[in-house]
Ligand binder design. Structure first.
Ligand SMILES: [Ca+2]
Ligand SMILES: [Ca+2]
Length: 374
């Protein structure tokens, strides 16, 4: 069965270039179990005890006991600028969470005159006996510069690297040119120490200011960031009309947006493709038609050992879960599961199950799904 699926996928790629392989029905590979429903869920992360933190875009943080399926609120979250694509964002744990209880949350922070910008806060998670808790000693350790008036493209996905540094995706707020402007941290991936200070070995450290935060530039709307087992950093981002990208991130590299993109402007104006400007780092995979990637893991669990080291990417417009296989400096879409709903977030559970959050648009909530071996 699996061999057949991969063989068909291979034919699809060979015959159709950028076109995706035919989507698989997930229930032929997974047992799909709905566990809970949230209001506009955006991101999730597991605690060491197996409970799950879930952010909801309007500005709530929930703690779910996945066994009893009871969820309680975590208080003390920052005020968020809710609207458009903006609101509460990502939540991740400090690598030393078991000792220090530190968590990081990202959000759209309100500014002057209707402006906003992504921000990251660090806090200590204090849990109570009722199954809830609160964030204590919360402090904002990073902000997008400048804040702008726009309803989209905050980014603010986060990951800790094997070097103990904090990596943040900072999208270009639909402003295009800031992605190439080194006086702004929009359209960049930034790398910080765990307290928000700037590491001395960042590529542009000597230039100071927000420039010193920058690890890579020329990005658009980045909603997925993950390290593989060998410490390579991969990132995906939404292209404009066409040209969604999966990139291998290199120190100081320029990924070309908005000068190049394998997509084009929504109004039909051309953006030259990557092949025309080899000085810009090109994507490992680009998708036209788009998948609208959101959420990203590189699998390391024991439940699906055949997928060790593969990427799993949620798809919004494609209503899918996309499996990516990596080579040495290469990647390809290997399999696509038709989930029937927009997928906002992907996470790996303690037992190696794959967990998904559906995006909510209908007012009926977004489900938390657990995918286990069938
Ligand atoms: Ca997550
Ligand atoms: Ca183009």
């Amino acid at each position: 069965m699996r061999a057949l699926v991969l063989a068909l996928a291979g034919i699809g790629i060979a015959a159709c270039g950028a076109h995706a392989p035919a989507a698989d029905a997930p229930d032929r590979v997974f047992v799909v179990t709905p566990i809970a429903t949230f209001h506009e869920p955006w991101a999730m992360t597991f605690l060491p005890d197996g409970r799950l933190l879930v952010t909801e875009k309007r500005g709530t943080l929930r703690l779910l006991d996945v066994n009893t399926r009871r969820a309680e609120n975590i208080g003390g979250v920052p005020v968020v600028a809710y609207g458009g694509q903006g609101g509460f964002g990502d939540v991740i744990l400090h690598p030393g969470f078991a000792q220090n209880q530190l968590v990081y949350v990202s959000f759209a922070e309100p500014g002057e005159g209707g402006s906003s910008g992504a921000a990251v806060a660090r806090a200590r998670l204090s849990l109570d006996a009722r199954g809830g808790g609160k964030l204590e000693d919360l402090s904002v350790i990073w902000r997008q510069v400048p804040k702008v008036v726009s309803g989209g493209h905050w980014g603010h996905r986060m990951a800790f690297g094997p070097d103990g540094k904090l990596w943040i995706t900072s999208s270009e707020r639909q402003q295009f040119t800031p992605a190439q402007d080194m006086k702004s941290n929009l359209g960049k991936i930034v790398r910080l120490n765990d307290d928000g200070s700037v590491p001395a070995d960042n590529p542009f450290h000597a230039q100071g200011g927000v420039t010193a935060q920058i690890w890579s530039l020329g990005h658009r709307n980045l909603l997925g960031l993950a390290f593989d087992a060998s410490g390579r950093l991969y990132q995906h981002e939404m292209g404009p009309s066409g040209g969604d990208e999966l990139n291998l991130i290199r120190k100081g590299a320029n990924y070309g947006y908005p000068i190049v993109s394998n997509g084009d402007h929504y109004d039909g104006r051309d953006i030259p493709d990557h092949a025309t400007r080899p000085e810009f780092a090109a994507p490992l995979v680009s998708w036209t038609p788009v998948i609208s990637p959101a959420g990203f893991i590189i699998y390391s669990g024991s439940m699906f050992p055949e997928w060790t080291g593969d990427g799993f990417i949620g798809g919004l417009s494609s209503k899918s879960l996309v499996r990516v296989e990596f080579g040495d400096g290469t990647a390809r879409e290997a399999q696509r599961f038709d989930m029937g709903r927009r997928i906002r977030e992907v996470e790996q559970g303690p037992d190696g199950a794959i967990w998904l959050l559906e995006d909510e648009r209908s007012g009926s909530g977004g489900r938390l799904l657990k995918l286990t071996k069938s």
